[in-house]
Ligand binder design. Structure first.
Ligand SMILES: [Zn+2]
Length: 193
C-alpha cells in the first residue's frame, strides 16, 4: 500500500489578521470628491494574468489606495505588496519572490486625455464612470516581475535532471574485411609427369 500524505500548510506565518477584499470596480470621481481611502486584499487566484505565471496561487496581494483631486484631475495613489511563488526557469520549482510597488494613476476616458495628466500620474482607463482597482494592482505587479526568475545557483530542486545518455553504445565498425581475389586460383595442380 502507498500512503500519500498531503502536507497542506494551513496557516500563513505572517498574516495575523484577515484582510477585507479590496474593492474592485468603483467610481473614482465619487471617491475623490470624498477623499476616500480604501484598503484590502485580492486573492492571487483572482488575478488571471498573474496566476498564469505563478507556481502557486495561494495568498493575497495587500493593497491600499487614496483618492484626491489634483487641479481638474483625479489622483489615485496606492501601494501594494505580495509574496509570490514564481516558477523557476531552470527546474520548474517554486521561487519565493516579494513584490512591493507604488502606483499613481488618474482616470481617463480616452487616450486624448493622457497628455493633460499631471506629472507623475499614469492613465487608467475609466469605463462607464468606473475603474478596476484590481486591474491597476495586477498591472503594477506584472511590471515589477523580473523577466527571468530562478533559484540561486545550486538551490534548484531535482524536478528535472539533465542526464546524458550513459548507455550510449559506441558505433561498431562493421566493415568486413573480405578480400577476395578476383582471379581464380588454379587449385588443381596437375603434376604431369
Ligand atoms: Zn530552480
Amino acid at each position: 500500500m502507498i500512503a500519500i500524505a498531503l502536507a497542506r500548510p494551513s496557516r500563513y506565518h505572517s498574516a495575523p489578521m484577515k484582510s477585507e477584499i479590496l474593492l474592485d470596480q468603483l467610481d473614482p470621481v465619487r471617491f475623490a470628491l470624498k477623499e476616500r481611502d480604501t484598503a484590502g486584499g485580492i486573492e492571487l487566484s483572482s488575478l488571471k494574468r498573474l496566476s498564469e505565471l505563478l507556481h502557486s496561487t495561494d495568498g493575497l496581494v495587500e493593497a491600499r489606495f487614496s483618492f484626491s483631486r489634483e487641479g481638474k484631475k483625479i489622483a489615485i495613489r496606492g501601494d501594494m505588496k505580495a509574496q509570490l511563488k514564481l516558477v523557476c526557469h531552470r527546474c520548474g520549482g517554486p521561487v519565493d519572490f516579494s513584490v512591493e510597488g507604488q502606483v499613481a494613476v488618474s482616470p481617463v476616458t480616452t487616450e486624448a486625455d493622457e497628455p493633460e495628466l499631471p506629472e507623475g500620474l499614469e492613465p487608467v482607463l475609466m469605463v462607464d464612470r468606473e475603474i478596476s482597482l484590481w486591474q491597476v494592482v495586477e498591472d503594477e505587479i506584472l511590471l515589477a516581475l523580473p523577466p527571468i526568475h530562478r533559484h540561486e545557483q545550486g538551490e534548484c530542486g531535482d524536478l528535472i535532471s539533465f542526464t546524458c545518455d550513459a548507455n550510449k553504445t559506441p558505433v561498431k565498425n562493421e566493415r568486413e574485411s573480405t578480400s577476395d581475389n578476383p582471379f581464380a586460383i588454379l587449385k588443381s595442380l596437375r603434376s604431369e609427369d
